[in-house]
Design a protein around this ligand. Structure first.
Ligand SMILES: Cc1cc2nc3c(=O)[nH]c(=O)nc-3n(C[C@H](O)[C@H](O)[C@H](O)COP(=O)(O)OP(=O)(O)OC[C@H]3O[C@@H](n4cnc5c(N)ncnc54)[C@H](O)[C@@H]3O)c2cc1C
Length: 305
């Protein structure tokens, strides 16, 4: 099928884009890489009369570092961020997630901001943003505002962005020394959306996990931050017993739904298994960066916390 007729606007600045959205609300929609929006238009599931294409706004495609954050412009293409040494160094979890998104041609067009603004419950990048406590910067008629990742994802395909707002940039806190990350997922075919995916990042301090971040996609309408699993890991060494404890804590905490693709029980079980795998790999990568003690203090009789 073909989309219904629409008028295409190609603003050169964020201010122009915001003004266009205000002028044509509620019939205007933002166009980024088009990899989610264009199929919706073609199937006529979305029928905006105006499309505001962000592709000419150079400032939205900037990727830069500040002292504390890696700042990713909303229009940075996923493939560019995937290859960026700055992303690999400062946000290794973000770098680990990209290969799981679709296929290279989709990532060549798809943007980091588009994926986050779309808010698909099975997408990888929302889980990464939530795990890292990223900060979203939105621009609207009233100016700019910051939105914490925990507040950004509100429901299936719903975010905290108002209809007249643009996502401008996402600030990812820079990884501390001794940090490793891993993204693990199960999908029916390579490149499909995940049935379940787990984003994990650990920072090793004094030979144990000083900071653990675990977030799951595909088990609810928004990314699930696995606080109980994180607590089971923090201050400990990731022995098999500890990883199993964290996995069980996660399984007990989530309430996934079943659908045509997987039962709720399968999703729950796999989430725990992937979490253990992701944390173990993240820890291996972290220790490659910062040597650590490998014994579990509890087991050895020297409590680790
Ligand atoms: C075959 C295929 C497989 C895919 N597999 C996966 C997958 O496995 N995992 C995954 O995560 N994604 C997958 N995707 C989706 C892909 O990652 C998209 O690129 C992404 O979801 C949307 O990014 P985009 O830049 O293309 O946004 P668009 O499609 O242009 O926009 C998506 C939505 O976000 C809004 N939007 C975009 N940018 C902004 C902004 N700056 N401010 C406010 N609103 C904005 C748009 O109005 C629209 O509603 C797949 C897509 C395809 C075609």
């Amino acid at each position: 099928m073909k989309p219904v007729d629409f008028e295409l606007h190609r603003p050169a600045t964020t201010g122009e884009a915001v003004a266009l959205l205000a002028e044509h609300a509620p019939e205007a929609k933002v166009l980024a890489g088009g990899q989610s929006l264009l199929p919706l238009l073609n199937f006529r599931l979305a029928r905006p009369e105006h499309l505001v294409d962000l592709g000419r706004i150079a400032s939205l495609a900037e990727l830069r570092r500040t002292r504390d954050a890696l700042v990713v412009g909303a229009m940075v293409r996923q493939s560019r961020a995937e290859r960026s040494p700055a992303v690999a160094a400062d946000a290794p979890l973000l770098a680990a997630a990209f290969p799981h998104i679709a296929h290279p041609p989709v990532r060549n067009r798809g943007t980091v901001g588009g994926s986050l603004a779309h808010g698909d419950p099975a997408a990888e990048l929302p889980a990464v943003a939530r795990a890292l406590d990223a900060v979203f910067v939105a621009a609207g008629p009233g100016g700019r505002r910051e939105i914490a990742a925990r507040d950004f994802f509100q429901a299936n395909l719903m975010t905290a962005l108002d209809a007249g707002e643009l996502l401008v940039e996402i600030r990812f806190p820079r990884a501390a020394p001794g940090t490793g990350a891993s993204f693990q997922e199960v999908a029916r075919r390579n490149g499909d959306f995940a049935l379940v995916g787990v984003a994990a990042q650990v920072t090793v301090r004094d030979g144990v996990i000083g900071d653990a971040r675990v977030c799951v996609t595909g088990v609810g309408p928004t990314p699930y931050r696995a606080a109980a699993a994180e607590e089971a890991l923090t201050g400990r060494a990731p022995t098999e017993a500890r990883l199993a404890e964290a996995a069980d804590a996660l399984r007990a905490a989530i309430e996934p739904s079943g659908d045509l693709h997987a039962t709720a029980g399968y999703r729950r079980d796999v989430a725990g298994t992937l979490a253990a795998r992701a944390v173990a790999e993240a820890h291996r990568r972290a220790t490659a960066a910062a040597p650590t003690r490998l014994d579990d203090g509890d087991v050895a009789g020297h409590p680790a916390r």
